[in-house]
Design a protein around this ligand. Structure first.
Ligand code: B16
Ligand code: MG
Length: 217
């Protein structure tokens, strides 16, 4: 289906910045305290999913049972460690080509938004100084149903005032591509084909799009 991109909706972690490593370090620390090791390969399963769902996956990996109150306390302890890393972030941690691409499409009149599962998205955006590049920011505090449900992208489209079919989502996680499809939007997977094969287009980074934007009128 050929569509006009009137709005571009960007996931944050894995698309604009790489905070996955900070999530990993903090979850790994929690796992150690609970008496097991959490491998980087298992961390792939946490990308794009909510904080509480991430904890569920972690506990599944470690074979640990935990009551609801302890789950809440553990998730918030992990978040404290994660936020310590995020507070030290700066613009050098922006992923290559992302900001240039956002600037380019904005100069062509495309509206832009961030749609992230993270409740820390506003802090990250502030630390890497990209707030002025987006017309709307929808984070994990604004929607109750996480990706792969389409809510976060539909809310972003509503805030931008653009119909879903005219939006294109940029995502690094399988759950995010699924959410974009369910929202009736176009999708660009940023990363490896293995996880993103359902996207309309998969790119390893923003660099190829920047090259195309330089050679097309
Ligand atoms: P928080 P995204 C997601 O960000 C991360 O990819 C995922 O690993 C994390 O569990 C989720 O945010 C929630 O983050 O604990 O900060 O609320 O990719 O949707 O930008
Ligand atoms: Mg992501």
């Amino acid at each position: 289906m050929i569509r006009m991109m009137k709005a571009a909706i960007f996931d944050l972690d894995g698309v604009i910045v790489d905070t996955a490593k900070y999530h990993y370090w903090a979850w790994k620390r929690l796992a150690r305290e609970l008496g097991f090791e959490f491998a980087e390969t298992d961390n792939e399963r946490l990308k794009g999913v909510s904080r509480m769902r991430s904890l569920e996956i972690l506990l599944e990996v470690g074979g640990v049972a935990m009551d609801e109150a302890t789950r809440r306390e553990s998730a918030s302890r992990k978040d404290g460690w994660y936020v310590e890393y995020v507070e030290k972030m700066n613009p050098s941690e922006l992923l290559p080509g992302a900001v240039e691409y956002v600037r380019h499409i904005r100069s062509r009149g495309v509206r832009t938004a961030i749609a992230s599962a993270s409740r820390n998205a506003p802090l990250i955006i502030h630390r890497v100084q990209i707030g002025s590049l987006f017309d709307a920011v929808v984070d994990g505090t604004k929607v109750s149903r996480a990706k792969p449900e389409p809510d976060v992208f539909l809310r972003a489209a509503r805030e931008l005032g653009i119909a879903a079919q005219d939006c294109v989502v940029f995502e690094d996680a399988e759950a995010g591509i699924e959410a974009a499809i369910r929202a009736g939007m176009g999708s660009v997977g940023v990363g490896k084909m293995d996880y993103l094969q359902n996207a309309d287009l998969v790119i390893p980074s923003f660099q190829p799009l920047l090259v195309i934007s330089r050679i097309t009128p």
